[in-house]
Ligand binder design. Structure first.
Ligand code: S3P
Length: 437
C-alpha cells in the first residue's frame, strides 16, 4: 500500500464504449512466482499482474534468496532455487495488502528449515489467519500469531511436517492452497476436501510444474517428496477486474464494451451467471485457451436488469465480485438478496457493511444480513463514500457513480493499485468520469 490517502471524485460520464484489456490475474500471478521460485530451472511469467499485491509476493521471494528479473512490466523471469533452496530472511516478510500472499506463504514457510515472520498492512493485520494456522499445526507446523489469530505470523522452521486429510470448514482457495503447498514438504499424503469447489489454480499449476497431484472439483490429493520443474506461465486477464466494466456497461444506457481475452475459469465467473440471470446482455466471442485456462472476449451492452436471489450455490464462484454485484442490484428493477456469503465480512474490508454504508450514503436502501444483504434499488444520488482502503469497493463505486445524479466522492482509494494498476486510465478511456480529488 502506498500509505498516501487519496480520494476520487466520480460522476456520470459518457456511455461506456470501446475495447478494454484488463491486467493479469492476481491469483495466477501470485502462484506463478511461488512455484517458479520453488522449481528447478527458470520460469518465464507473461501477463504478470504488476500490482502491489503480486509485487509484494515477488519481493518476499527475493528476500528468501530467489533472483527475479523484470524484463517488462508484465513479465517476470523467476530463477528457481528448488524446493529446499530458500534462505532465511533477516527481516520480516511484508505481504502488503495480500491475503493470498500471506496464507499461501504460511504453507510454504511452514516447511522450511528456518524461522520466518510474515507481516502485512493495516487491513491484512486484521484478517483471520487461524483458518491456516489450525490445519497447518495439525500437519506439525508451529505458527504463532497475535491475539485473535491475526498477523504478524511467526513461523518456526525445522519442523517435520506430515500429511493430513482435511475438510475445510469454509470454502477457501487460499486455505486449500496453503495446505497443498505445505504438503509438498510433508511426509505422506495431504488430502483436502472443500464444502464447495473453489478456484483450482494451485492444483493446475502444480501439475504443470510436474508435481503428481490428483484433483477434481472439491477435492485435491498429493504426496511430498517430488520436485517442481520450471515451466513458462501465461497469465490470463483477471475476470475480477473485468467485472467492474461488465457492471458499468450493463447499467449505463448506450454502453457497449468489448473486454478482451478475459480469464473464464468457471470457478471465477459466477458474476456472469448472476448478471445474466438479472437480464444482462453479455456475449462471449473468440473463446480459446491460454496457458491451460479458458479465455474469451466478453461483449457487454446496456440492458435493463431485474433483482435476483444469490445464495451459497453461486457465492464461492463470485466471491470477489459482490461489491460489483451490489452496484448492479442498486440499478435493477426489484430487490436483490444475497445469502450464504458471510465470508465477505473478512475480506480486505467487511464488504457487506462497507457496501451497505456506501450505497446508503448515495440514497439506496440496503438491509444488512449476517451473511449478506438485501438491496432495494432506487435513484443513486451524489454523496461521499468511504472505501475503507478496499480496492474492489473503490472501483465498484466509480461504476455506481456513472449512474449517479451528482458527484460521488470515494475516499481512501490508494489500494486500487494492489489489484488493478491503470484502472483510472482504462475507465476514463472508455467514457467514465473520474478525477483525483
Ligand atoms: C483467492 C481466494 C479467495 C479470493 C481472493 C483470492 C486465491 O479468497 O477472495 O481474492 O487466490 O486463492 P478465500 O480463499 O479467502 O476465499
Amino acid at each position: 500500500m502506498s500509505g498516501v490517502r487519496q480520494d476520487w471524485i466520480a460522476r456520470a460520464g459518457q456511455p461506456l464504449r470501446g475495447n478494454v484489456r484488463v491486467p493479469g490475474d492476481k491469483s495466477v500471478s501470485h502462484r506463478a512466482v511461488m512455484l517458479g521460485a520453488l522449481a528447478e530451472g527458470t520460469t518465464h511469467v507473461r501477463g504478470f499482474l504488476e500490482g502491489e499485491d503480486t509485487r509484494a509476493t515477488a519481493k518476499v521471494f527475493e528476500q528468501l534468496g530467489v533472483r527475479i528479473e523484470t524484463p517488462s512490466a508484465s513479465e517476470r523471469i523467476v530463477h528457481g532455487v528448488g524446493l529446499h533452496g530458500l534462505r532465511a530472511s533477516a527481516s520480516p516478510l511484508d505481504c502488503g495488502n495480500a491475503g493470498t500472499g500471506m496464507r499461501l506463504l504460511a504453507g510454504v514457510l511452514a516447511g522450511q528449515s528456518f524461522d520466518s515472520t510474515l507481516i502485512g498492512d493495516a487491513s491484512l493485520s486484521k484478517r483471520p489467519m487461524r483458518r491456516v494456522i489450525e490445519p497447518l499445526s495439525r500437519m506439525g507446523a508451529v505458527i504463532e500469531s497475535e491475539e485473535g489469530g491475526v498477523p504478524p505470523l511467526r513461523i518456526r522452521g525445522g519442523r517435520a511436517l506430515h500429511g493430513i486429510d482435511y475438510t475445510l470448514p469454509v470454502a477457501s482457495a487460499q486455505v486449500k492452497s496453503a495446505l497443498l503447498l505445505a504438503g509438498l514438504y510433508a511426509q505422506g499424503e495431504t488430502v483436502v476436501h472443500e464444502p464447495h469447489p473453489t478456484r483450482d489454480y494451485t492444483e493446475r499449476m502444480l501439475a504443470a510444474f510436474g508435481w503428481p497431484i490428483e484433483f477434481s472439483p472439491g477435492h485435491a490429493r498429493l504426496s511430498g517428496g517430488h520436485r517442481l520443474q520450471a515451466t513458462d506461465v501465461n497469465v490470463p486477464a483477471d475476470f475480477s477486474s473485468a467485472a467492474f466494466f461488465l457492471v458499468a456497461a450493463s447499467i449505463v444506457p448506450g454502453s457497449e464494451l468489448r473486454l478482451e481475452a478475459v480469464g473464464m475459469n468457471p470457478r471465477r465467473t459466477g458474476l456472469l451467471t448472476a448478471l445474466r440471470r438479472m437480464g444482462a446482455d453479455i456475449r462471449e466471442e473468440n473463446a480459446t485457451e491460454q496457458g491451460g485456462e479458458p479465455v474469451a472476449d466478453l461483449i457487454v451492452r446496456h440492458a435493463p436488469l431485474h433483482g435476483i436471489e444469490v445464495d451459497g450455490e453461486l457465492a464461492p464462484d463470485m466471491i470477489d465480485e459482490f461489491p460489483a454485484l451490489f452496484v448492479a442490484a442498486a440499478c435493477a428493477d426489484g430487490a436483490t438478496t444475497v445469502r450464504d456469503a458471510a465470508e465477505l465480512r473478512v475480506k480486505e474490508s467487511d464488504r457487506i457493511a462497507t457496501m451497505a454504508q456506501g450505497l446508503r450514503a448515495l440514497g439506496v436502501e440496503v438491509e444488512e444480513h449476517p451473511d449478506g444483504a438485501t438491496i432495494v434499488p432506487g435513484p443513486i444520488g451524489g454523496g461521499t463514500v468511504d472505501s475503507h482502503g478496499d480496492h474492489r469497493i473503490a472501483m465498484s463505486f466509480v461504476m455506481a457513480a456513472q449512474r449517479a445524479e451528482g458527484d460521488v466522492r470515494i475516499g481512501d482509494i490508494a489500494n486500487v493499485a494492489t489489484s488493478f494498476p491503470g484502472f483510472e486510465t482504462l475507465a476514463r478511456g472508455c467514457g467514465a468520469a473520474l478525477d483525483v480529488a
